[in-house]
Ligand binder design. Structure first.
Ligand code: DQA
Length: 172
């Protein structure tokens, strides 16, 4: 049986593709959803992706996840930085919660350095574009204890050439 996971996206993330592509890349929300569903498929997760610009709607989805013990991957958008209402809703969670960001807020404007969500999440993945979501789904699978197929065996590493002899260190 595959485990249901909600990937929730907050304000302005419906504009991906045309929104500040230098910061957020050119992938659209539909591309993000495809990536998440494909990643989920490989991990034994049944992923539903939603986006809203409405704080109340996002909070209702968080309540729904708590009531149904559904793990959540959440990109709260700018709500990350100031929404105590969202944080309080997330504090009632009953299943894993991973905070994600496409960009790395810690490397951006000072107001983005505060997250009111991180303190109630299992962890945060930020700065890797769509890969942030794939890594977050891996974390959900691990936290939810979903058994994963063993990784394919790696080709043996090529033998290393011996290091070039170093000039003897000069006495100081
Ligand atoms: C974001 C970062 C937030 O600071 C910003 O308000 C967003 C997107 C990200 O995914 O990088 O809307 O959450």
């Amino acid at each position: 049986m595959t485990r249901q996971v909600l990937v929730l996206n907050g304000p302005n993330l419906g504009r991906l593709g045309i929104r500040e592509p230098d910061v957020y890349g050119t992938a659209t929300l539909a591309d993000l959803a495809d990536t998440c569903r494909a990643a989920g498929h490989g991990l034994g997760l049944d992923v539903a992706v939603r986006q809203t610009d409405d704080e109340a709607e996002l909070i209702r989805w968080v309540h729904e996840a708590a009531d149904t013990r559904t793990p959540v991957v959440l990109n709260p958008g700018a709500f990350t930085h100031y929404s105590y209402a969202l944080r309080d809703a997330l504090a009632m969670r009953t299943a894993p919660l991973i905070e994600v960001h496409l960009s790395n807020p810690a490397a951006r404007e000072a107001f983005r350095h505060t997250t009111v969500v991180a303190g109630v999440a299992d962890g945060t993945v930020a700065g890797f574009g769509l890969l942030s979501y794939q890594l977050a789904l891996q974390a959900v699978a691990a936290l939810a204890g979903i058994p994963q197929a063993p990784a394919a065996p790696q080709a043996p590493a090529a033998p290393q050439a011996p290091a070039a002899p170093q000039a003897p260190e000069r006495a100081r």
